[in-house]
Design a protein around this ligand. Structure first.
Ligand SMILES: O=C(O)c1ccccc1N[C@@H]1O[C@H](COP(=O)(O)O)[C@@H](O)[C@H]1O
Length: 248
């Protein structure tokens, strides 16, 4: 486990990712706010498609160690090229990428670039469990390195893949053993912040039989903190951060 994973699970304070960024001034404000992860969407069907607004070299010049590129069923060579030219630190696979693809990607990516695999959750706990097990079972049978996937990210299932602003039932995760740190995503907003804090607390104090990793490693916010797609409401993000960090 890398240092950043250790510190977050030990102090139980989830980190924060803001996704769908397209504006350099806003990115500077978020860097000043010490947001842990900055998400850029490289899916051209998204209304937050970053390359309509910023070039790869502009993204590369952003001085931050948590730059996440979000891809949906993208060509492997294209992910590698974008990852290198934009100096990304994390690759978020938000589509139906299979284990074979992920292994090939791992081999071609720079070793320091980490992989976040998204699992889209519907209404069924059993389905969520199967999806998680599938990712890790095949990793073992194929002799994959344990570090092929560094993080999971749970988002609400949808035909649009992501950015729907819809939540799933987080309690589905309560009884599932999640083997690596995860990002919690999907419709997180100021309106469900108390519910969210409660979810984190339940996993911290009541699920003693489960690993501490069941506490989200990071929270991922997006469409519920926007003025329009890709343009964030930085004040709202700052308020959310204070509430989550118990600063107010
Ligand atoms: O935001 C998008 O447009 C998007 C499109 C395709 C795949 C992922 C996308 N965003 C990711 O969706 C989740 C949740 O967003 P929301 O809070 O429900 O709006 C987040 O992880 C984004 O990375």
């Amino acid at each position: 486990m890398i240092e950043s994973q250790k510190s977050s699970t030990e102090n139980h304070q989830p980190k924060l990712k803001v996704c769908g960024l397209t504006d350099l001034n806003q990115i500077r404000e978020l860097v000043a706010l010490k947001i842990d992860f900055l998400g850029f969407i490289f899916y051209n069907k998204s209304p937050r498609y970053v390359l309509n607004h910023l070039s790869l070299s502009e993204i590369s010049n952003i001085n931050h160690s948590g730059k996440v590129g979000v891809f949906v069923n993208e060509d492997l060579e294209k992910i590698i090229k974008i990852s290198e030219e934009a100096s990304l630190n994390f690759i978020q696979l938000h589509g139906d990428e299979n284990e074979d693809f992920i292994l090939k990607l791992r081999k071609k990516l720079k070793p320091e670039v980490e992989i976040i695999k998204v699992i889209r959750i519907g209404n069924q706990e059993s389905e969520a469990r199967t999806k998680i097990e599938k990712v890790f079972d095949s990793a073992q049978t194929d002799n994959h390195q344990p570090s092929t996937i560094n993080y999971l990210l749970f988002d609400t299932d949808s035909k649009a893949f992501g950015g729907t602003g819809k939540t799933f039932d987080w309690n589905i995760l309560n009884e599932i053993k999640i083997p690596i740190p995860y990002f919690l995503s999907g419709g997180i907003s100021l309106e469900n912040v108390e519910e969210l804090k409660n979810f984190v607390k339940v996993n911290m104090f009541e699920n003693k039989t489960l690993t501490k990793l069941n506490i989200p490693f990071a929270l991922d916010i997006n469409s519920k903190f926007e003025i329009e797609p890709g343009i964030k409401d930085v004040k709202k993000i700052s308020k959310f951060k204070s509430l989550i960090m118990n600063e107010s």
